[in-house]
Design a protein around this ligand. Structure first.
Ligand SMILES: Nc1ncnc2c1ncn2[C@@H]1O[C@H](COP(=O)(O)OP(=O)(O)OP(=O)(O)O)[C@@H](O)[C@H]1O
Ligand SMILES: [Mg+2]
Length: 404
């Protein structure tokens, strides 16, 4: 068995959906097996359990007893999600009482799988008991040099300093990243080891790689040799985010676009993705290409489209309507070009919020930061589309029941 995730699916219609979803998340092909709880129980007798498992209970007599057995065979470190056709509250309660995290009613979609597995992997149970909501925010430039890192660094800083929420910035450009320079802090040592060794990632290792800008803002960045080929392992990033989750309100990831092929898992599970673009034909083309990829991953993230460095001295090459039509996405935020303020900020190693709090660029950036963290509660409450039994079960429940 694989140690991250396994699925045991009984029916020929659901198996290919789960299979294709699992492959897109980067899991090996044999992660999804035919056969249900019986096969899983047999394998558990000789093999260690995965961290997360999806188990099909269709056609199983006494499902709650079998569920309890699986829970005891797996131990507390494994999160188990059940799957079935029956939309029955008694079955649901029995499975949860046995120790399962959630129950999904067929048919499943990639979006539902992503959302449910994400919730389960965080150790949350169904719609209840959600811990403090953390926002994983991925910022990607659809083109190079458009101003992506400026947005990532400044919004992460603003979340900590202006919005008073604990924030961390993870700069995944380990060779050319600019966050440490922009913040006038030392680039840390050790991020390279963290991102390349999934088995070794733990709290101590992360703490060693992290540089604190203040008590509420931490930065993980590097300035590795440009002669090396650096491997950013998807499992290591998942482990890193999992370790960081309990300590932060927001984790802002500055992700170079060339990492998209290897970072599908974090893209599929992030809460927010910000696509930063210039207003040009190539901006349209690459926005469309990246959005199509995200859709294919079954990502449930809210995507915010930002156009930046727009101003009299840098007029847009295409207008908003042409962009919206071509990229099939409207621009949500426009950040003005402000060469003077940016130069002063860069030269002094200060953030916009500290140096020019009233500048229009700073105000627009703060609006973006607010938007990125503000909807945590709304999102936690949003009902899952499709077949999850929880959406039906708790439709009329008081609000607190579907929140923390
Ligand atoms: N709104 C703005 N107005 C004026 N200059 C800006 C603005 N945003 C960013 N810049 C400048 O543009 C340059 C590139 O910015 P940044 O490093 O953020 O881009 P990037 O998209 O992350 O680049 P790369 O693809 O190399 O990672 C920097 O000199 C920065 O100061
Ligand atoms: Mg950058």
């Amino acid at each position: 068995m694989h140690n991250e995730f396994m699925a045991f699916i009984n029916d020929d219609h659901t198996a290919p959906i789960v299979q294709s979803w699992a492959e897109k998340q980067g899991f090996p092909a044999d992660t999804v097996r035919g056969g249900g709880p019986d096969l899983f129980a047999t394998l558990l007798e000789s093999d260690s359990p995965p961290k997360l498992a999806l188990v099909d209970f269709d056609g199983i007599d006494q499902p709650t007893q079998i569920a309890a057995r699986l829970v005891s065979l797996c131990g507390p470190a494994t999160q188990l999600v059940a799957l079935g056709t029956t939309n029955d509250v008694t079955l649901y309660r029995g499975l949860i009482a046995a120790g399962f995290s959630d129950y999904l009613v067929k048919p499943v979609t990639p979006e539902i799988l992503t959302q449910t597995m994400l919730t389960a992997s965080r150790g949350e149970k169904g719609a209840h008991g959600a811990p403090k909501e953390v926002k994983v925010i991925v910022i990607i430039g659809v083109r190079g040099g458009v101003g992506t890192s400026t947005i990532a660094t400044n919004t992460a800083w603003m979340i900590a300093h202006d919005l008073k929420k604990k924030s961390a910035l993870l700069d995944l450009d380990l060779q050319f990243g600019t966050s440490a320079l922009a913040l006038d802090i030392e680039p840390g040592h050790g991020l390279r080891d963290v991102v390349s060794s999934p088995q070794r990632v733990d709290g101590l290792m992360i703490a060693g790689a992290m540089v604190s800008e203040s008590t509420s803002f931490s930065v993980l960045s590097a300035e590795e040799s440009i002669e090396d080929l650096i491997h950013v392992d998807a499992s290591a990033i998942a482990a890193l985010i999992k370790e960081m989750r309990p300590n932060y309100h927001a984790i802002v990831i500055d992700m170079p676009r060339h990492l998209i092929p290897t970072q599908k898992r974090i893209l599929a599970t992030a809460h927010e993705i910000v696509l930063v673009t210039e207003m040009s034909l190539v901006g349209i083309r690459d926005t469309l290409r990246i959005r199509t990829t995200l859709k294919g991953l079954g990502s449930t993230a809210r995507i915010t489209q930002v156009a930046t460095r727009i101003g009299a001295s840098r007029p847009a090459a295409v207008d908003e309507a042409a962009f919206a039509k071509g990229a099939q996405a409207k621009i949500d935020f426009i950040l003005p070009d402000d060469h003077k303020t940016m130069t002063a900020a860069n030269n002094s190693g200060k953030m916009l919020g500290a140096m020019a709090p009233t500048a229009p660029l700073t105000k627009a950036m703060l609006e973006l930061a607010k938007m990125l963290v503000s909807s945590a509660e709304e999102k936690a409450e949003a009902p899952k589309k499709g077949g999850n039994i929880l959406s039906g079960l708790f439709k009329h429940a008081p609000k607190e029941d579907s929140k923390a």
